[in-house]
Ligand binder design. Structure first.
Ligand code: HEC
Length: 143
């Protein structure tokens, strides 16, 4: 008998097991994060830990700009926290996106100290910056 012969002719395809896919690998050019939500957890996972952590991790090194964006530290380092590079500025001012130094750095405003973020890289998509603005407008909750 031939191997695989006979049967009822119905193919039985092997399905990949439905395991969670790994975190996406960042590509060199920022594109809008899929379904970025105006919540801190979404921004943290889809923006900070993708585009910023390479320079702003405090693990085993001092974070660039004195800003530590490790997942469990990022909220406290941003909301109501004084800028290290421009001490008169506050990184995230709840309900005031335009007054938040984080937004000013992401949008490359002329009165920032240093460079537009991500440093030396492609700016974030404006649609993503707008989602971060919306989160700040809602009071920058730790949600
Ligand atoms: C290639 C390295 C690099 C990447 C990537 C990067 N940064 Fe920075 N960041 C720096 C350096 C260096 C400084 C300090 C010099 C400056 O402000 O230009 C800085 C400063 C900052 C500051 C000012 C901190 C303060 O207290 O004054 C903010 C805010 C900031 N970065 C946010 C971000 C965000 C958000 C991202 C991701 C979207 C990001 N950075 C990605 C290197 C980086």
């Amino acid at each position: 008998m031939a191997c695989g012969g006979g049967g009822d002719g119905t193919p039985s395809p092997v399905q990949p097991s439905p395991v969670a896919s790994p975190a996406p690998t960042p590509t060199p050019t920022p594109t809008p994060a899929p379904a970025l939500q105006p919540t801190f957890s979404s921004i943290n996972t889809q923006v900070l830990q993708v585009w910023c952590i390479g320079c702003h991790s405090g693990v085993g090194r001092p974070p660039d700009g004195g800003l530590r964006l490790d997942a469990n530290a990022a909220y406290g380092e941003l909301v109501n926290a004084q800028s290290a590079g421009k001490p008169s500025a506050v990184r995230v001012v709840p309900r005031d996106p335009s007054g938040s130094y984080l937004i000013q750095k992401l949008e490359g405003r002329s009165d920032i100290i240093g460079d537009r973020m991500p440093f030396g890289g492609q700016p974030l998509a404006q649609s993503d910056i707008d989602v971060i603005r919306a989160w700040i407008s809602q009071g920058a909750p730790n949600n």
